[in-house]
Design a binder for this molecule. Structure first.
Ligand SMILES: Nc1ncnc2c1ncn2[C@@H]1O[C@H](COP(=O)(O)OP(=O)(O)OP(=O)(O)O)[C@@H](O)[C@H]1O
Ligand SMILES: [Mg+2]
Length: 497
């Protein structure tokens, strides 16, 4: 058995109103990928933030290579050979790739000045190793989310750490990048690095991990060898009950009534002659590789971006969507994929974030009617099982998956007729996924038409009535439920005609 790199014993962490960790144990060996699994809010990120020196534990001990250590801040953690790739990207947007990789440990020249050329040179080498054809001088804000995630990974690897934590590293990566990440992980394992891997994608855990530790409600539930574990066993450890009827969907025998029709929509270099009809009460899936133009299309339909040519009509009437308020007036809602940049007010409480778009409904005699507002908010907290000590908690303090649920609630609260969901279950645990699916199903039964972008094929295949497959800014094909299969979708998504 290989050496134990890390031991965390009886770690407890309290936040106001929340027991985030209760006496949690965790052990990591050299050359091992150890997955952490648990529902949204179970405490996974918090445990790793304790390890990374971001949170100080209230109780508990940490041993590294058998020696007790206290990790007071991020620098401490780095000195102990710990690197963390956080769930939310923490790169500095207006600095270059090279500056971000060397942030806080800049290379100096003989004169004691920052040697930017050297930093760029080294970074370029890392980028080459990672098969990324990007100039190391490029500013982070110019990169896609997937590329930023890769830079986070490069940064962690460049520290030559012995312990690397990856908190949902693949949530915004394409399949090709995931393959590449997994190869990188294999190489790190050979070098004796221990890796903590957090993900809600069970198939990934089975593919990459050696051990799996399950947490629930801030407590340690158990550790199993991946080889001996089953999917059902892990789910029941995680949620404390069996989970059946995962994809809850009664498919719509939808009529041809088009609620929305898009004709020849084009945006130079990005979208080319997009044509489709959205039927009443259907779920229209949008599949395609990252960069196929799916999110760009939705931003045009919601008035966040403009397009040069083409028409959009809703219920047979041509509409002009200059900005999101026009879209909302036409009963369109859009849940963006990037909750941090395009969605949530992190420093504001849950209730504010949920009701911001519908506040006008609660205005009585020029004052907000708190009673009705509160009721509405509590409904959503209950319906989507948003884990928060109260409606007044600031959103920043919620776990990643629960932030996503707040964002979805906000748009559901507008009672849309057309709901556009961009990767609705990203970073969301299995239980919450099932909740989101059942809400989608209910809405479609009520006649709401849903557009769902998703990179998860099982989700697309199980939830959609039809699937539009995009490739390089075009709709390559629209497939009916009877005629779509994983192979067909992949065929069109990679340019087949
Ligand atoms: N800074 C904070 N202040 C208050 N509460 C917090 C803070 N950070 C986390 N929490 C709470 O601690 C609990 C555990 O959160 P954590 O982020 O560790 O969950 P997680 O397992 O990583 O979930 P996810 O899968 O959604 O990322 C949650 O109830 C969360 O709301
Ligand atoms: Mg987390």
């Amino acid at each position: 058995m290989s050496e134990t790199l890390l031991e965390m014993n009886k770690i407890t962490k309290r936040f106001p109103g929340v027991y985030a960790l209760q006496s949690v144990d965790f052990e990591l060996r050299a050359g091992e990928v150890h997955a952490l699994l648990g529902e949204n809010g179970a405490g996974k990120s918090t445990l790793m933030k304790v390890l990374g020196g971001i949170h100080t534990p209230d109780e508990g001990k940490i041993h590294i290579n058998g020696n007790e250590v206290s990790i007071l801040d991020v620098k401490d953690a780095q000195q102990h050979g710990i690197s963390i790739i956080h769930q939310e990207i923490v790169l500095v947007p207006y600095l270059s790739i090279a500056e971000n990789i060397y942030l806080g440990r800049e290379i100096l020249n003989k004169a004691g000045l920052i040697d930017l050329d050297k930093m760029v040179e080294n970074s370029q080498e890392f980028l080459r190793d990672f098969k990324l054809e990007i100039d190391a001088r490029t500013h982070i804000k110019k990169l896609t989310v997937a590329q930023q995630q890769m830079i986070e990974i490069i940064k962690a690897v460049s520290f030559e750490s012995k312990i690397i934590v990856m908190d949902e590293p693949t949530s915004s990566l394409t399949d090709r990048e995931v393959d590449f990440l997994f190869k990188t992980i294999e190489n790190l394992k050979k070098k004796g690095v221990g890796i903590v891997y957090i993900s809600h994608r069970m198939n990934e855990l089975f593919e990459i991990s050696d051990m799996i530790t399950v947490m629930r409600d801030g407590s340690y539930i158990g550790t199993v060898k991946t080889k001996e574990a089953t999917n059902d066993q892990l789910i029941s450890m995680m949620v404390g009950r069996e989970l059946t009827n995962y994809y809850d969907r009664s498919y719509s025998s939808s009529t041809d009534d088009a609620v929305m029709e898009v004709i020849n929509l084009s945006k130079k270099g990005i979208l080319h002659d997009i044509n489709f009809k959205l039927r009443k009460g259907e779920i229209l899936g949008f599949s395609g590789l990252v960069g196929a133009g799916r999110s760009e299309l939705m931003k045009c339909l919601f008035g966040i971006d403009t397009f040069e040519r083409g028409e959009v009509s809703v219920n047979g009437v041509k509409i002009v969507i200059k900005n999101p308020s026009h879209a909302i007036k036409n009963n369109i809602a859009y849940v963006p994929e990037n909750r941090k940049e395009e969605g949530l007010f992190l420093s504001k409480p849950v209730n504010y974030n949920i009701t911001i778009k519908i506040l006008h409904q609660f205005i009585k005699f020029f004052r907000v009617d708190n009673y009705y507002e509160d009721n509405e908010v509590r409904n959503y907290i209950e319906e989507l099982s948003i884990r928060t000590p109260s409606p007044y908690q600031v959103v920043r303090n919620l776990s990643g998956g629960n932030q996503q649920k707040v964002l979805i609630s906000r748009w559901l609260a507008t009672k849309p007729k057309i709901l556009i969901l961009d990767e609705p279950t990203r970073g969301v645990d299995v239980g919450a996924k099932a909740e989101i699916y059942s809400i989608m199903n209910r809405l479609s039964k009520e006649g709401v038409s849903i557009i769902m972008i998703s990179s998860e094929l099982p989700e697309i295949m199980n939830m959609s009535d039809r699937v539009a497959v995009m490739y390089k800014g075009k709709i390559q094909k629209i497939l009916d439920r009877e005629s779509y299969s994983q192979e067909k979708i992949m065929y069109y998504a990679t340019g087949g005609i």
